[in-house]
Design a protein around this ligand. Structure first.
Ligand SMILES: Cc1ncc(COP(=O)(O)O)c(C=O)c1O
Length: 398
């Protein structure tokens, strides 16, 4: 029985060859109701840094829930975590906790407009910043005359737009993750920082995907470029609903009650999510997570790249650390896959072949594969399945 509208709870349809009856997860695996295990390469849209059902997180949640899980009063935990965020995220002079990445991105835009008294928003083609009315084209949304988009890794396009000093903000993922994983070219982010400073444009880094995944201080730390506002979600609480808006004190203080920018949310700063975030940050601080994940990602990317070359496929693989994308029909994609003439049918065929081998990739070609150290133990299985699937793709398409 499935009374879900359109059968799903997401914009992404479930391919017929994918399981639609997942009941549990452990480590690198998701498991369906018949006990069939699948290696998961989507990892909760990147939220699950430590794989499924990490035992330290399970224990922390069990312990916290017994103390009560929802209070309308301020908690010690929210103040403590704001201090932790302040100490690890370079841009986080002050912090607010919300619930989803969409909330956080919408607040960043509202704050920017309030701070600058400007209306226009600049963003990146192929980026994604949530479901709110400011950014998403959809039937039912009034025309968004204040939004303009430019290609990723094209500094001239940004310069051209911002030259008249009339944009409230530039909202962007520092590593484009929603149009195939696309790293910034060298100095792209630094140049953007300079242009935004010169033109009085608030620079918003949407680190909903990159935050805590590529570095404890986010992509802003990795590339040493400090935005005015940053937003985080997904990995910070390993899949529990939590988002963070942080940035310059003078901007964030505009939130009510100290300022006039509206901010609210019944489930903001849920203690369970906050306690998980504390565990996540401690684990990241006290393990070789980043080194393991970078090696894992590099190892897999190198392997896929070698296979593509050896088989003579028109395809590419690219990414940063534990985020990577395989695209068919192009040799590289510097501005994301949506601006390339890529072969979506080959991607769909590839993931169906992987699914036959009980390995699940993101079912949408613009999404990113996310690795976790838990994949180390199954890396050889993943490689074998990739090799066999690519060989079949060669026979079908090339
Ligand atoms: C970069 C980025 N920003 C914002 C969002 C929206 O987050 P949420 O789905 O939690 O509202 C997403 C979701 O995928 C995202 O990838």
């Amino acid at each position: 029985m499935n009374y879900l509208a359109g059968k799903v709870n997401s914009p992404i349809p479930i391919p017929s060859y994918y399981p639609s009856d997942i009941v549990s997860g452990t480590g690198a695996y998701v498991i369906n109701k018949d006990g069939q295990r699948y290696i998961d390469l989507w990892m909760g849209y990147g939220a699950l840094l430590f794989g499924h059902a990490d035992i330290e997180i399970v224990d922390a949640v069990k312990n916290e829930i017994e103390k009560g899980w929802f209070f309308s009063y301020q908690t010690s935990l929210e103040k403590e975590l704001s201090g932790i965020i302040n100490s690890i995220i370079p841009s986080a002079e002050t912090v607010r906790f919300a619930t989803t990445g969409s909330d956080a991105a919408a607040y960043a835009i509202r704050l920017s407009r309030a701070q600058t008294n400007r209306k226009k928003v600049l963003s990146i083609i192929g980026g994604y910043h949530g479901v709110h009315e400011n950014m998403i084209p959809s039937k039912g949304i009034l025309d968004n005359d204040f939004l303009n988009l430019v290609p990723f890794n094209n500094i001239e396009a940004i310069e051209e737009k911002l030259v008249n000093n009339d944009y409230a903000c530039l909202v962007m993922e520092p590593i484009l993750a929603n149009s195939g994983c696309t790293p910034p070219e060298s100095d792209y982010l630094k140049k953007i920082r300079d242009i935004c400073t010169k033109t009085g444009t608030i620079l918003v880094f949407d680190e909903v995907v990159t935050g805590f995944r590529v570095d404890l201080g986010g992509a802003q730390k990795l590339f040493n470029v400090i935005p005015d506002i940053s937003v985080f979600s997904k990995a910070i609480a390993s899949g529990f609903p939590l988002s963070v808006i942080c940035g310059k004190k003078e901007i964030l203080e505009n939130f009510i009650p100290s300022g006039q920018v509206f901010f609210a949310g019944t489930f903001n700063a849920s203690p369970i999510s906050l306690v998980v975030a504390k565990v996540v940050i401690n684990k990241l601080k006290n393990s070789n997570f980043y080194q393991t994940n970078i090696e894992l990602g590099d190892n897999l990317m190198r392997y896929i790249s070698d296979q593509i070359l050896e088989l003579g496929l028109l395809a590419s693989v690219q990414g940063v650390a534990s985020m990577l994308t395989i695209a068919f029909g192009c040799k590289t994609f510097n501005s994301g896959v949506v601006l390339e003439n890529i072969n979506i049918s080959a991607y769909n065929s590839f993931i169906s072949k992987m699914a036959k081998r009980n390995i699940l990739l993101p079912p949408l070609h613009t999404e990113t594969i996310f690795l976790s150290p838990v994949h180390s133990a199954v890396l050889d299985d993943i490689k074998k399945a990739i090799r066999e699937s690519l060989q079949e793709i060669k026979n079908e398409y090339y």
